[in-house]
Design a protein around this ligand. Structure first.
Ligand code: DC
Length: 219
């Protein structure tokens, strides 16, 4: 039996930074499920599919073959054989992913892939529905959150450090819009699992959060 940690929470709560570090320190594989929805969204954008047309997305999603490989410990997402990692972390793809991920047919396909990965390896998996739907029997469940103001400021700092021009208020509005869509959709909305431990990182440093998660997840 593999050992699985589920980490859920809203956009910008620091899930991927924390999960990646915990994975390294605990010798686990880090499974980034957002990247899978982003790859599906990238496919739709490239194919010119209207993101509000769920029938078109359902029809097209059959043509998108998404596979995951671990290369030097890094998750690489292949879309119809192409390594699409360089295109996944843009704001545009994240925004598009929050549209395609509301569609149950898309979710079914992704959840299936996620469960297979978790069954085959000790991992820490982050997303929105990992503790509630993908891995209801995960060994540990964490719900990582922070206020939208703090999440927006972190994202703003990250983007400006990369030299990108952006506006704090616009980022905050986008985060709040995305939270709303993730929390209010019908299929597997974002919510804290009953047995998940809540960690609010609004006033915590990254290292502090990592240590806290490791102490909660030691086995
Ligand atoms: O975590 P992220 O920003 O990479 O996620 C991109 C979008 O994908 C986000 O709006 C919600 C969706 N998502 C989801 O619905 N379920 C998951 N397990 C992971 C991400």
């Amino acid at each position: 039996m593999s050992f699985n940690i589920a980490v859920d929470g809203p956009a910008g709560a620091g899930k991927s930074t924390i999960a990646k570090a915990v994975a390294r320190k605990m010798g686990l594989i880090y499974v980034d499920t957002g990247a899978m929805y982003r790859a599906m969204a990238l496919y739709m954008v490239r194919e010119g599919v209207d993101l509000c047309d769920s029938e078109a997305i359902i029809a097209k999603c059959r043509e998108a073959d998404i596979t995951i490989r671990y290369e030097d410990g890094i998750q690489v997402v292949y879309l119809n054989g192409e390594n699409v990692n360089p295109y996944l972390r843009t704001e545009e793809t994240g925004h598009a992913a929050s549209y395609v991920s509301v569609i149950p047919k898309v979710r079914e396909k992704m959840v299936d892939l996620q469960r297979k990965l978790a069954a085959g390896s000790d991992c820490i998996m982050d997303g929105r529905d990992i503790g509630t739907c993908v891995l209801p029997n995960a060994d540990r469940k964490i719900y990582l959150t922070a206020s939208s103001a703090v999440r927006a400021k972190r994202r703003y700092d990250e983007l400006t450090a990369k030299g990108e021009k952006c506006e704090l208020e616009k980022i905050r509005a986008d985060i709040e819009e995305r939270d709303y869509r993730d929390m209010h959709r019908e299929a597997s909305p974002l919510k804290q699992a009953d047995d998940a431990i809540l960690v609010d990182t609004s006033h915590m440093m990254v290292e502090e959060v990592i240590d806290k998660i490791i102490s909660l997840c030691a086995h």
